[in-house]
Design a protein around this ligand. Structure first.
Ligand SMILES: Nc1nc2c(ncn2[C@@H]2O[C@H](COP(=O)(O)OP(=O)(O)OP(=O)(O)O)[C@@H](O)[C@H]2O)c(=O)[nH]1
Ligand SMILES: [Mg+2]
Ligand SMILES: [Zn+2]
Ligand SMILES: [Zn+2]
Length: 391
């Protein structure tokens, strides 16, 4: 069965995470799942007007932040609607927070909580670079083409993206440093909401994807603690983007690092979902070879063609790229990766991307600058898959 554009889409349904109820929200920070009516509020405190509650130690937030001090904030209370009155001071607040971890939830996220997209890959797979470039592209060229808008869900995300990703890579044209292990640095995702107006039969509506990007250090997927958080993350995910360095696949064949890491996340995920041997995970997974600028590909290769910027998913192109990557894997003796995916995932797509567009020189990007190539492809596929983009 290798003829379908979206493989496996028409087969019997897979098990795993059931589709989320319409009024259910997943916290993109702690991944708790709760009804929309359980979203809590934080009192505005004395800010501005002088009436309001005093700050108290927020145990839930402190626990989420890993026991860091500084979680002295006005109290959290329950209520309904976009704004609610604090039961203690009477002041009205529209600052909404997760009922479990008390992290603030952006208004846009409360209005249209999107499907969660998670990103993983082995050490040195190109994750940090991909995150930096993908977000930049969504902000600019790709965002314009698709008519999507991208908003950061919290101020920390904005600051960290600028400091750790955009400034070094785009302003200074330098490669990003190896991501420090979570054992030393706290673990916090970058959270973005990607929204798009979609025309339907009864007028148009806004649909959203939530990009929850943990820039994991590849080595951390080997440590048990971090893997636990990651499993919760992957379990909450409605889609997974898995990055693999093709040079590892060329060198390693069947015993390659990418397959090893994929198995390390897939096996426990299957257990958590309580799958039988025959069942497959229903979470769609986009598997992308990174750094394809380093591969010597024939001029006729589908990966050498530029995608037609049509603002929709080109099914022929999708099929050609999928088939081409599959053929490459076979050539490298890495067909196991493909077979593993086939066996464990009801729906997967194969991609080839290049975030930099050319081999770096030393610790700087190539003299022509960052020239991304097909980085948005996995996302276009997922957008289409979730009914947010025409095919
Ligand atoms: N040629 C080429 N090299 C790339 C590209 N993206 C990343 N690289 C190279 O791969 C190296 C690792 O990239 P990172 O983005 O730091 O990889 P990572 O997965 O975040 O690595 P860890 O944080 O160590 O797990 C970079 O320093 C580059 O040398 C690309 O698009 N093309
Ligand atoms: Mg990294
Ligand atoms: Zn109050
Ligand atoms: Zn939470």
């Amino acid at each position: 069965m290798r003829t379908e554009g979206v493989r496996g889409a028409h087969r019997r349904p897979a098990k795993g995470r059931p589709p989320r109820a319409k009024d259910a929200v997943t916290c993109p920070y702690c991944f708790a799942l709760f009804g929309r009516d359980r979203i809590a509020y934080r009192c505005l405190g004395r800010a501005g007007r002088g009436v309001g509650c005093d700050p108290v130690l927020d145990m839930e937030l402190a626990a989420y932040q890993g026991g860091q001090a500084g979680a002295m904030l006005p109290p959290v209370f329950t209520g309904r609607g976009a704004r609610a009155s604090c039961p203690d001071c009477g002041r009205e607040s529209g600052r909404r927070v997760c009922p479990e971890c008390h992290h603030e939830l952006a208004p846009a996220y409360c209005d249209t909580p999107g499907r969660i997209v998670a990103l993983v890959g082995a050490k040195n797979a190109g994750k940090s670079t991909y995150i930096a470039v993908l977000l930049h592209e969504l902000r600019n060229r790709v965002g314009t083409e698709l008519g999507t808008s991208l908003v950061a869900c919290d101020d920390r995300t904005i600051d960290r993206y600028k400091r750790d990703f955009a400034r070094p890579l785009f302003d200074q044209q330098r490669l990003l440093p190896t991501t420090p292990s979570a054992v030393t640095a706290p673990r916090e995702p970058l959270v973005y909401l990607l929204t798009r107006r979609v025309k339907g039969r009864f007028g148009s509506r806004t649909e959203a994807l939530t990009l929850v990007l943990f820039d994991t250090a590849g080595e951390d997927l080997r440590s048990r603690d971090v893997r636990d958080l990651h499993l919760r993350y992957l379990e909450a995910a409605d889609a997974i983007v898995f990055l693999a360095d093709p040079l590892e696949l060329v060198a390693g064949g069947a015993e390659s690092e990418p397959l090893d890491v994929l198995a390390r996340v897939t096996e426990p995920l299957r257990q958590r979902h309580g799958l039988d041997v025959k069942d497959r995970l229903r979470t769609p997974i986009a598997v992308a070879l990174t750094k394809i600028d380093e591969l010597e590909l024939p001029a006729s290769s589908a990966l050498q063609r530029s995608r037609v910027r049509s603002g929709s998913l080109d099914a022929d192109d999708r099929e050609a790229v999928d088939a081409h990557v599959r053929a490459l894997l076979d050539t490298w003796g890495a067909g196991d990766l493909d077979r593993y995916l086939e066996q464990h995932y009801a729906e997967y797509g194969l991609f080839g991307v290049s975030a930099l567009g050319g081999a770096p020189r030393g610790d700087e990007v190539a003299p022509g600058g960052v020239r991304p190539y097909r980085v948005e492809d996995p996302l276009l596929w997922l957008l289409h898959r979730f009914g947010m983009l025409d095919g």
